[in-house]
Design a protein around this ligand. Structure first.
Ligand SMILES: Nc1ncnc2c1ncn2[C@@H]1O[C@H](COP(=O)(O)OP(=O)(O)OP(=O)(O)O)[C@@H](O)[C@H]1O
Ligand SMILES: [Mg+2]
Length: 362
């Protein structure tokens, strides 16, 4: 749970401090006032990257040289996080008084699940976004996944550069194929584990998605119960089969870098038919499932950040979502342009903040 955050020179905030409620925190304001910026700051403090697609290089407030974000947490792996970044790079990455040189050792101390309109790309966009989503989600369950991904990428790069050479020894490429299949199998297995974890939670239907059943399917020639050896053997066989084509096209044509994850609604790929409102609901179902996975794996509830979630949902789904969140009693930060969009309860533990021109009033 996040207790408090302080921003300095972050985007349109000069200096701002926010103390959060332990349940629902609603940030309301007109367009361009700083609502998404605030959620971005919270996420950035924990993950050292943005959930936004654009603009992540321009976080330093215009006319300034650096920004800082610090926050206090409860029930997370660290009680105090503090970072500072200038145009030239990182100046400080600090958790509970210790400085971190490796970003990978720092990130994930506070687990977060974010919903942002940009993430509609997950449904509509290219496979790359879906692979990244699944990798990031699995990293939260099993930190080692990111290291395995890095190893795989390094091998892939080397194998590709070998394929680009005019003449290479077959034996050499064979040995890289073996390495690639070995490392690739670890990545594929990890992603399939995450797919299974999410599907288990997606099986329970949520009122805000109606009666539709959302599920994920890892695409590829693999079966859910394939072990490492089996996946490795399948990858190696694909590489062997594609050898001629690879020599012509000079890139690696099989492996986790080419896989896709299908997001299905009642067994049909969601992007092929869903309306925007429906896609939002599907995405919300996915995010809720993600939250449930973290809860069962870690016994700890992630912080939920919902940016502009209500705008394309009809009133019934909005109400259902809000009552679902309230019933869970977990901490949520949610933004909206219209306070009517979020059925707000003065009597409950809800807090309403007004965001205007980089100021936040409670
Ligand atoms: N580095 C920066 N320095 C100063 N202002 C910035 C910087 N980066 C972004 N901004 C400003 O922040 C504002 C956008 O804030 P934000 O995206 O949080 O808006 P919002 O309240 O979420 O709006 P919407 O309702 O449209 O989503 C814009 O006015 C933009 O110019
Ligand atoms: Mg916004």
């Amino acid at each position: 749970m996040i207790k408090e955050i302080v921003l300095e020179n972050f985007r349109n905030y000069e200096e701002v401090k926010v103390s959060f409620n332990e349940e629902l925190n609603i940030f309301c304001g007109q367009n361009g006032q700083g609502k998404t910026n605030l959620l971005e700051a919270v996420y950035f403090l924990g993950m050292l990257s943005s959930f936004r697609k654009t603009d992540s290089t321009q976080m330093v407030r215009q006319g300034e040289n650096s920004f800082s974000i610090s926050g206090h947490f409860e029930g997370a792996d660290a009680a105090a996080l503090s970072i500072e970044k200038s145009h030239n790079g990182w100046k400080k990455i600090c958790a509970d008084g210790s400085n971190y040189k490796k970003k990978l050792d720092y990130i994930g101390k506070v687990r977060m699940v974010v919903f942002s309109p940009d993430e509609m790309e997950l449904i509509q966009g290219s496979p790359e976004g879906r692979r990244r989503y699944l990798d990031r989600a699995y990293f939260n369950v099993y930190h080692h996944h990111l290291r395995q991904l890095k190893i795989f990428r390094r091998i892939l790069k080397q194998r590709n550069s070998l394929l680009k050479k005019d003449a290479f020894r077959r034996q050499e490429i064979n040995s890289w194929s073996e390495k690639l299949a070995y490392a690739g199998a670890r990545v594929v297995k990890g992603r399939m584990s995450m797919t299974a974890l999410l599907n288990e939670k997606l099986d329970k239907s949520h009122p805000f998605i109606g009666r539709d059943k959302v599920s994920l399917q890892y695409m590829g020639a693999f079966n859910a119960d394939d072990d490492y050896e089996k996946i490795e053997a399948k990858l190696l066989a694909s590489l062997f089969k594609l050898r001629k084509e690879e020599e012509q096209r000079r890139i690696t044509l099989a492996g986790p870098h080419r896989d896709d994850i299908a997001i299905l609604v009642n067994g049909v790929i969601a992007k092929s038919f869903s309306s925007r409102g429906e896609m939002r609901s599907v995405l919300l179902a996915l995010k809720t499932a993600e939250t449930e996975v973290y809860r069962s794996v870690w016994g700890e509830t992630p912080l939920t950040l919902l940016d502009d979630v209500a705008s394309e949902l009809d009133i019934e789904r909005r109400k259902a979502l809000l009552s679902f969140l309230r019933q869970k009693g977990e901490q949520v930060l949610i933004t909206t342009t219209e306070v009517e969009n979020i059925p707000f309860e003065r009597s409950s533990k809800d807090s309403l903040f007004m965001v205007s021109e980089g100021k936040i009033l409670h």
